[in-house]
Structure formats: structure tokens, C-alpha cells
Design a protein around this ligand. Structure first.
Ligand SMILES: Nc1ncnc2c1ncn2[C@@H]1O[C@H](COP(=O)(O)OP(=O)(O)OP(=O)(O)O)[C@@H](O)[C@H]1O
Length: 229
């Protein structure tokens, strides 16, 4: 489990996270929802220890993040981190050299799934295909948790559908997934848990199935209630 406990973060004098707490479990897809600038990416980076926090605590499977944790958790940012002149095959070699948990078999499977070729050059990929390569590089790692920042942002409907398909396939397996979005429509049916964020605090954390069954409400119904209150 990932436990985010009372996390605070300032950039200069600006309070960005004001005591954020939530949990994300293995085997579940947890979605952080909030409009632009509420601190979603900062939370992801804090979990990965890519940005230092000012207060609170973050635990991954009961431990604070350490060097070895990067073989158990990965972050897929909303921009590709591979060099533009690389081919997809070069990116695979880079990942294999860098991570023990790199799974080439799964990478090849994802490549087929997304209809991409190892000889494709990063700089020549469309926006949708760049997002797919980014996702592929994260999902081909044998980790317990995958963090994805806006995996559906700015890409066409067909690419979005293809990416959504990954979430219901064996390629996600029993992993814990945290995704951020400000646009819930496409993915409502995929997610197990929602964390609604505003101004660096969690307004509500709920299980989508539970709310649907016990209260007959969709995620959007709950969002309307919470954000309009
Ligand atoms: N390195 C930084 N230095 C200064 N301010 C920052 C830095 N990173 C983020 N911020 C500020 O922190 C706030 C939260 O940013 P963050 O990127 O976490 O929001 P977000 O919810 O992910 O937004 P978006 O949906 O636009 O990606 C914003 O006001 C942003 O300007």
C-alpha cells in the first residue's frame, strides 16, 4: 500500500500541499482528480521523492522510499524522458541497462498491442504514439506500483481508447496504479478509487463501486456534490 499522510509542501511562499492524506492499494486503480494547478503532479513527485516535502510522511509497503524502492515503483510523467534521436529499441536498451525490473517480454507485447515498431524514432512519433511509448516504458517494468500523470491528456479518442484498454488487460495485472486527471469521463469505468483534490487538500476519498452500489451515484455525481458545496 502507498500511504500519504498529512503531506505539506511549499514552493517559495506558496502552500501547494496543505496536509494531503490518502492511500492507494495494490491491485486497485486510484485516480487523483482536480483542476489544473491543485497539486496532483506535486503529490506524484513527492511519492517518488523527486521533490522534497516539508511535512508529513509517505510510506510504500510500510517503508519510506529508498534507493531499492525504484525497482518496485515507477512514475510515468506526462512528457517523454527519452532523447528525441533515440529509436524505441534504444529506449529499451537504456531501460534494460538501468533497471533490474525491466521486462523485455512485456515491452515487446506492449509494442504489438500499441502497433508500434522498435525502429520508430522518438522525435518522429505523433503525440498519441509518444504517450503510448511513455506508458509502455513504465508498464514494462515489473513493479508493484505505477504512477501515471495525465496519461490521456491531449491525445485523440482512438489513442485514448487504446490506452484505456491497457487498464483492463493483463498488462496491469495485480499492480497498484495511481493516475491523475482533470477529465474523468473516459476513465470512470476503469477506476476503483477516487481522491478528489482541491487547493492542496483531499476533499473526499471514496471507492467507486461502493458509492455506486450504496448511493447509486457516479463519480461525476459525487464530484458535483463535493465541488459545489
Ligand atoms: N518547481 C516548482 N516551482 C514553483 N512552483 C511550482 C513548481 N512545481 C509546481 N509549482 C506550483 O505548484 C502548484 C501545483 O502544481 P502541480 O503541477 O502539482 O498541479 P497539477 O494539479 O498537477 O496541475 P496540472 O493539472 O496543470 O498538471 C501550481 O501552482 C504550480 O505553479
Amino acid at each position: 500500500m502507498i500511504e500519504v499522510k498529512e503531506v505539506t509542501k511549499k514552493f517559495g511562499r506558496k502552500n501547494v500541499l496543505n496536509g494531503v492524506s490518502f492511500t492507494a492499494e495494490k491491485g486497485k486503480i486510484t485516480c487523483l482528480i482536480g483542476i489544473n494547478g491543485v497539486g496532483k503532479t506535486t503529490i506524484m513527485k513527492a511519492i517518488m521523492a523527486l521533490t522534497p516535502i516539508d511535512g508529513g510522511e509517505i510510506l510504500i509497503n510500510g517503508e519510506k522510499i529508498h534507493k531499492g524502492s525504484y525497482e518496485r515503483i515507477t512514475f510515468i510523467p506526462d512528457t517523454i524522458t527519452m532523447l528525441p534521436q533515440m529509436k524505441i529499441s534504444d529506449a529499451f536498451t537504456f531501460m534494460a541497462d538501468f533497471y533490474d525490473c525491466w521486462n523485455q517480454e512485456r515491452a515487446s507485447e506492449l509494442l504489438q498491442f500499441f502497433k508500434l515498431k522498435e525502429s520508430d524514432r522518438i522525435s518522429e512519433l505523433s503525440k498519441g504514439n509518444t504517450a503510448k511509448v511513455n506508458l509502455l516504458l513504465g508498464l514494462a517494468m515489473d513493479v508493484d506500483y505505477v504512477l501515471m500523470d495525465e496519461p490521456f491528456s491531449g491525445i485523440d479518442i482512438f489513442s485514448r481508447e487504446q490506452i484505456a484498454e491497457v487498464f483492463t488487460s493483463h498488462l496491469i495485472e495485480n499492480r497498484g496504479v495511481i493516475i491523475t486527471t482533470h477529465e474523468i469521463n473516459d476513465i470512470e469505468h476503469l477506476i476503483d478509487k477516487v481522491v478528489l483534490i482541491d487547493h492542496g487538500v483531499v476533499l473526499k476519498e471514496f471507492d467507486t463501486e461502493e458509492v455506486r452500489e450504496s448511493e447509486g451515484k457516479s463519480v461525476i455525481d459525487v464530484m458535483r456534490e463535493v465541488y459545489k458545496a
